[in-house]
Design a binder for this molecule. Structure first.
Ligand code: DAT
Ligand code: MG
Length: 140
């Protein structure tokens, strides 16, 4: 498997608790390299656009509210199997189901405030990276 890139986000519930460093360390310890990073307080409109795939879900309003409630850190991660590796180190969406040692098991507060986002497939990774970063901002 060649080097792959994925999109990651440290969510407002985590930046609020000063967990940016701890979460980045967990990603780096898992073999992922941060090749782009920016702190951004997204607008409701940006959050709605980013999570458009979930717009019919009952939790969409809550999700947009929470994602625009404070700063996030948007990142591009690079590594072998980066998409799957990142999902593995993040843990299950609901922290109650997340495996021991995962970021969500260690830090998430609830299914809605679950500390991190990670792309789930090559197509969404490409789309999500492009949503937040231009090519020149990614330095591998
Ligand atoms: P993931 O972030 O693991 O890819 P997802 O794509 O199914 O999970 O959902 C996106 C986000 O939406 C998730 O990180 C938190 C929120 N969410 C999902 N299910 C939820 C629920 N049942 N109640 C509240 N928020 C939810
Ligand atoms: Mg998802």
């Amino acid at each position: 498997m060649a080097l792959e890139r994925t999109f990651s986000m440290i969510k407002p519930d985590a930046t609020r608790r000063n967990l940016t460093g701890a979460i980045t360390k967990a990603l780096e310890d898992a073999g992922l390299r941060v090749v782009a990073s920016r702190r951004v307080w997204m607008s409701r409109r940006e959050a709605e656009g980013f999570y458009a795939v979930h717009k019919e879900r009952p939790f969409f309003g809550e999700l947009v509210e929470s994602m625009s409630s404070g700063p996030t850190v948007v990142q591009v991660l690079e590594g072998e199997n980066a998409i799957a590796r990142n999902r593995e180190v993040m843990g299950a969406t609901n922290p109650a189901d997340a495996a021991e040692g995962t970021i969500r098991k260690s830090f998430a507060l609830s299914i809605g405030e679950n500390s991190v986002h990670g792309s789930d497939a090559p197509e969404t990774a490409a789309q999500e990276i492009k949503y937040w970063f231009s090519d020149t901002e990614i330095v591998g």
